[in-house]
Design a protein around this ligand. Structure first.
Ligand SMILES: Cc1cc2nc3c(=O)[nH]c(=O)nc-3n(C[C@H](O)[C@H](O)[C@H](O)COP(=O)(O)OP(=O)(O)OC[C@H]3O[C@@H](n4cnc5c(N)ncnc54)[C@H](O)[C@@H]3O)c2cc1C
Length: 433
C-alpha cells in the first residue's frame, strides 16, 4: 500500500513494512531489512511537507510503540516511546501534573518525528522541541541500542536530536518537562507596520509571541501567550461554544470556504484575503498550556519556512511584502512569524543564533512555486535556514555553509552509518550520500 504525507505532496511505495512493538522488535526489523539489502526509515505521522519520511526501502511504522515509560515529577524527566504522538504525550503529562515547556501549533506529530526535523513553537527565551530532550535511546545500523545524552556519547547527542532519521531509529526520548502551567492568551489584530516597529519589544516582552499576516491585508493577528504566575489575575477560560465557533467555524470551516472560493475563482483571492484580515477579532482567555499552543488545522495547505537571524526579520518581511504584491499568482494563506532562542544542536535551524521564523503557506491545489521560489531568494540573502520538514530546494553544498557544525554531523554519520542504512532521497539531497 502506498504511503502519503499529510499535505499530499509526497507518496512512496516502501518495499517492506514493519510494525515493531518493542525496542527489540525495532532492532530485529533493522537487521532483517539489512539482510535483505534494504534501507530503513522510521515513519512519524507523515506531517512533513518534504520527503523526509519517504522510502522505497523498509518503513518502520511505530504506531504500536507508544506511551510514557517512566516519569519523575520532581526532576520533570519523562521517558517516552518514540511513536507517541504529541497529543497522547500532552494527555499523559497532564495526568502527571507536567507539561512541555513549549510546543508548535499542532499535536498530530510523533515526538520523534517532531524533534528529528527541528519542530518548534515560539518564544524568545525558549528553543524548539529538541532542546527539551535530555537523552535518546537509538537503534543503530548494526541493531545495537545506544544511549546519547550530554554525558553519554555527547557528539552523537549533539547530532541526533535533530537528525532526520539519518543516524538510527530513535526508540525512546527523555524529555525535561515543567510542572503543568496555564497560559493567558491574548490575540488581537494590529496594523502590520505597528507590529514590525515593535517587533523586538513584543518578542522580548512575552513568553510566546507570534503573528500572522494575510498578504494584501493591513492588519496582522498578534498572539501573545504568557505564563500565569500562581495567584495572579488571569482572563477567564474560553467557553466551549466560543472555542468551537472561533477555531472550528471561523478558522477552519469559514476560512476553508473562502479558500475554496479563491481556488475556484482566483480573481477573488486578493479581496478575500483582505476580507479575512479585516474580520480578525480580539480574544483573551486562559487555559492549560497545550490547549493554548495547539489548534486544529483542517484546511490543507503547503508550506515553506525559513529561520533567519532575528535582527533581519523586519527587512525580510518588508521585502516579502513588496514581492508578494508583484506575484502573478496570488496568495490565499497567511504568513506566520515566530521566534526562538539560539541553541547548540548541530542541525537545529536556531543553531548559534537568536532566530525569527517566517513560514509561508498556500492553499492546497493553488500554484505556489513562484511564491516559494521568490521567498527562497529573499531569505537566501540573510543566510536563511530551511525547516527540515517544510518545502525548500536547498542541497548539502549550500547547507554546509549555513550550518557551522555540518561537517561534524557528517563525521558522526560516517561513523555510525557508514553504509547508509538510513538513507533516502531527501537525505541524499540535504546531507549528501
Ligand atoms: C498542519 C501542520 C502544522 C505544523 N506545525 C508546525 C509547527 O508549529 N512548528 C514546526 O516547527 N513544524 C510544524 N509542522 C511540521 C512538522 O512538525 C514536522 O514536519 C514534523 O517532522 C512532523 O512530525 P511527524 O511525526 O509527522 O514526522 P514525519 O514527517 O513522519 O517524519 C519526519 C522525520 O522524522 C523521522 N523519524 C520519525 N520517527 C523517527 C524515529 N523514531 N527515529 C528516527 N527518525 C524518525 C522520519 O524518518 C523523517 O525523516 C507542521 C506540519 C503540519 C502538516
Amino acid at each position: 500500500m502506498s504511503w502519503q504525507n499529510w499535505a499530499g505532496t509526497v507518496t512512496a511505495d516502501p518495499a517492506r513494512r514493519y510494525w515493531p512493538k518493542t525496542a527489540g522488535e525495532i532492532a530485529d526489523a533493522v537487521q532483517d531489512a539489512a539482510s535483505a539489502g534494504l534501507t530503513v526509515r522510521a515513519l512519524g505521522s507523515g506531517h512533513s511537507f518534504t520527503p523526509a519520511a519517504a522510502t522505497v526501502g523498509a518503513a518502520l511504522d511505530l504506531s504500536g510503540w507508544t506511551g510514557i515509560v517512566s516519569a519523575d515529577p520532581d526532576s520533570g524527566l519523562v521517558t517516552v516511546r518514540s511513536g507517541t504522538t504529541l497529543r497522547a504525550l500532552n494527555a499523559g503529562l497532564d495526568a502527571l501534573g507536567l507539561a512541555m515547556a513549549n510546543l508548535g501549533d499542532i499535536d498530530a506529530q510523533t515526538i520523534s518525528g517532531a524533534i528529528s526535523t527541528g519542530t518548534h513553537g515560539t518564544g524568545a527565551r525558549l528553543g524548539g522541541l529538541a532542546t527539551q530532550v535530555e537523552a535518546l535511546e537509538i537503534v543503530m545500523a548494526d541493531g545495537t541500542v545506544t544511549r546519547a545524552s550530554a554525558s553519554e556519547n555527547p557528539d552523537l547527542f549533539a547530532a541526533a536530536r535533530v537528525s532526520l532519521g539519518a543516524l538510527g531509529v530513535i526508540a525512546t526520548v527523555t524529555l525535561r518537562c515543567l510542572p503543568a502551567f496555564r497560559l493567558a492568551a491574548d490575540e488581537r489584530p494590529l496594523p502590520l507596520e505597528e507590529v514590525l516597529a515593535r517587533f523586538d519589544a513584543l518578542a522580548a516582552g512575552n513568553d510566546h509571541f507570534e503573528f500572522y499576516w494575510f498578504p494584501y491585508g493591513r492588519n496582522a493577528l498578534v498572539k501573545r501567550n504568557n505564563r500565569i504566575a500562581s495567584g495572579a489575575d488571569a482572563p477567564a477560560p474560553m467557553p466551549g461554544w466560543r472555542r468551537f465557533w472561533e477555531y472550528e467555524v471561523m478558522e477552519n470551516a469559514a476560512f476553508g470556504a473562502l479558500c475554496r472560493t479563491g481556488r475556484a475563482i482566483p480573481a477573488t483571492i486578493k479581496p478575500l484575503s483582505r476580507l479575512a484580515a479585516a474580520t480578525l477579532s480580539a480574544r483573551s482567555y486562559s487555559a492549560g498550556s497545550h490547549r493554548v499552543f495547539v489548534t486544529p488545522r483542517r484546511v490543507r495547505f503547503v508550506e515553506s519556512e525559513y529561520a533567519v537571524p532575528r535582527e533581519a526579520l523586519v527587512d525580510v518581511l518588508a521585502e516579502l511584502r513588496r514581492a508578494v504584491a508583484g506575484l502573478s499568482q496570488p496568495v490565499m494563506f497567511p504568513v506566520e512569524v515566530r521566534v526562538a532562542m539560539a541553541d547548540d544542536i548541530w542541525l537545529s535551524t536556531a543553531y548559534g543564533r537568536d532566530t525569527a521564523y517566517i513560514a509561508i503557506h498556500q492553499y492546497a491545489g493553488l500554484p505556489y512555486q513562484e511564491y516559494f521560489a521568490t521567498f527562497e531568494s529573499i531569505v537566501a540573502s540573510v543566510n536563511g535556514r530551511p525547516h527540515w520538514g517544510k518545502l525548500h530546494t536547498l542541497e548539502a553544498e549550500r547547507l554546509a555553509i549555513l550550518y557551522p557544525r555540518f561537517a561534524d554531523f557528517r563525521r558522526v554519520r560516517d561513523q555510525v552509518d557508514p553504509h547508509r542504512r538510513f538513507a533516502n532521497r531527501y537525505l541524499d539531497q540535504v546531507l549528501g550520500r
